[in-house]
Design a protein around this ligand. Structure first.
Ligand SMILES: Cc1cc2nc3c(=O)[nH]c(=O)nc-3n(C[C@H](O)[C@H](O)[C@H](O)COP(=O)(O)OP(=O)(O)OC[C@H]3O[C@@H](n4cnc5c(N)ncnc54)[C@H](O)[C@@H]3O)c2cc1C
Length: 472
């Protein structure tokens, strides 16, 4: 058998069913297709792929190519539309099968269908591989899974799941004759029209793309540094590399298998004992799983203004306040610091995401989908199910029955950034303001704010009154 191995959001050799399926091929052509359309503005005015994730992606592809080279193979990276590129390669090298992992998001599924249609009689074999649970491992048909996280979790936890990921192969079949000639250097960010990412001295975790970096972080968080044992207490942190696992960018592009992560977590628990923190990490990974099954079930409905609730009335306006939010210039320091960190580094904490998203939807009353699309462009760990699922949840249009999830942003600021260290890090213009006023610069006079070149809040919400400094 001569096969094409099509990598998409699964940039690894470990625990990869399509890689395993390709091992018996006489010739195997590993391919990744980069679609330049991802770099153009979409429906909501943002790109689907921004500079930070593109950097991470290019590093991940280089690492995958390196790993393949060590095993007698190569990665062919081509730009174009998969529905044209894949069938063309199949015809050119007389391949008999295309192996890949299945997709769960509607656009990606539609693309798989187009590829299959253009392949004609050549089968496109899709294996499950980026989630934790396969459909046959669920306790009920997927359409009957509970639509509320707590119930989903309880149901999944009724059974003990043992994950036994397959290790990476030692060697892969050779490329088809002549395929070497198509190999070319990866494009640079500039060639993709993205410029270069800003170099940020205060950047938190030094994320680098690729499977080896993912495995190193897994090792460090679970074994060497054992950060996992404090996960519960630290998970609301805003600064630094150790407040959470930082697995998400590798999980999102598939450099890390979720099943491998959980298998290692179980191994850690077997050796060092289970505690609230190790359990908490499992619960976080179950959130990811929950949103994956939600996306599978509801498909494109998740991307609609009303989300999964046909009758819900999510705000649908869009005005200057949205641009201010994107630029980190709303006048609410915690939100602004979060948005500036996102633009500068491509990563923000879960707490930061919640506060910023909530503020856009509930305080600024803007259309949540534009916020989700902005995150899509900027997050290095962007994942359709987790991003749009979390946004819909916060906008009150998910399958969760609770409608109003409004946060008090000022209360959050005092609770999670009590010394204003985080806002001082990302908002240099506030460093000269007395510390007790750094979360409330809107209490300063017009003259003072103008001198700082920091925006003024339109209005101080009534609910913030109890959290204003006494001096005000
Ligand atoms: C508005 C909003 C948008 C988000 N967009 C994304 C996204 O595009 N991609 C993404 O991976 N996560 C997203 N999240 C979820 C969460 O913020 C990140 O997964 C987490 O901050 C990543 O850091 P970590 O790997 O250190 O997480 P940890 O706290 O160490 O958790 C471990 C893993 O569990 C999963 N996880 C944890 N929390 C969640 C959650 N709430 N939803 C889904 N999975 C979770 C992730 O895979 C994460 O890597 C979003 C959250 C919000 C509120």
């Amino acid at each position: 058998m001569r096969a094409l191995l099509w990598f998409k959001h699964d940039l690894r050799l470990d625990d990869h069913p399509a890689v395993q399926a390709g091992l018996s091929a006489a010739r195997l052509l590993p391919v990744f297709v980069l679609d330049p359309a991802q770099l153009q503005e979409g429906e909501f005015g943002s790109r689907r792929l921004g500079v930070h994730r593109a950097r991470f992606l290019l590093e991940s592809l280089a690492a995958l190519d390196g790993a393949l080279r060590q095993r007698n193979s190569h990665l062919l990276v081509l730009q174009g539309k998969a529905e044209q590129v894949i069938p063309q390669l199949v015809a050119q090298f007389e391949l008999q099968q295309v192996l890949t992992l299945e997709e769960i998001a509607p656009d990606e599924r539609a693309q798989l269908a187009r590829v299959q249609s253009n392949l004609g009689d050549v089968p496109l074999q899709q294996a499950a591989g980026n989630g934790l649970l396969r459909a046959e491992e669920l306790p009920c048909p997927s359409q009957q899974l509970p639509q509320v996280y707590s119930q989903f979790r309880s149901l999944i936890e009724e059974r003990v799941h043992v994950f036994q990921p397959t290790p990476p192969p030692q060697r892969l079949p050779p490329l088809p004759e002549g395929a070497q000639q198509l190999l070319q250097a990866l494009p640079t960010l500039s060639q993709l029209g993205l410029g270069e990412p800003l170099s940020v001295a205060t950047s938190r975790f030094p994320f680098s793309g690729g499977e080896a970096a993912a495995q190193a972080r897994l090792r460090d968080y679970l074994w060497d540094g054992q950060g996992v044992r404090q996960h519960k207490d630290r998970r609301n942190g805003l600064i630094g590399s150790e407040y959470s696992s930082k697995f998400s960018p590798w999980l999102a592009n598939g450099s890390l298998s979720a099943r491998r992560a959980v298998a290692e977590l179980r191994r850690h628990e077997a050796q060092h004992g289970r505690n609230d923190s190790t359990y908490r990490l499992w619960l976080e990974l179950l959130w990811r799983e929950f949103f994956r099954w939600t996306l599978r079930r509801h498909g494109s409905a998740l991307f609609k203004a009303g989300g999964l609730k046909a009758t819900a009335r999510a705000p649908q306006q869009l005005d200057q306040r949205f641009d201010n939010w994107c630029q980190g210039r709303t006048g609410m320091p915690l939100v602004d610091a979060t948005m500036r960190e996102l633009a500068a580094t491509g990563f923000i904490s879960n707490r930061g995401r919640q506060v910023a998203a909530n503020y856009l939807v509930n305080d600024l009353q803007q259309d949540w989908r534009f916020g989700a699309a902005w995150f899509e462009e900027h997050l290095i760990d962007y994942d359709p199910a987790s991003n749009w699922g979390n946004w819909a949840y916060l906008a009150g249009v998910s399958s969760d029955p609770q409608r109003n999830r409004a946060f008090n942003a000022l209360r959050q600021a005092h609770a999670y950034d009590p010394d204003a260290t985080y806002v001082s890090l990302w908002l240099p213009e506030l460093r000269g303001v007395p510390q007790h006023l750094r979360h409330t610069p809107f209490l300063l006079s017009h003259l003072q704010l103008d001198a700082l070149n920091y925006p003024r809040l339109e209005q101080i919400p009534e609910t913030w009154r109890p959290y204003l400094p006494n001096a005000a």
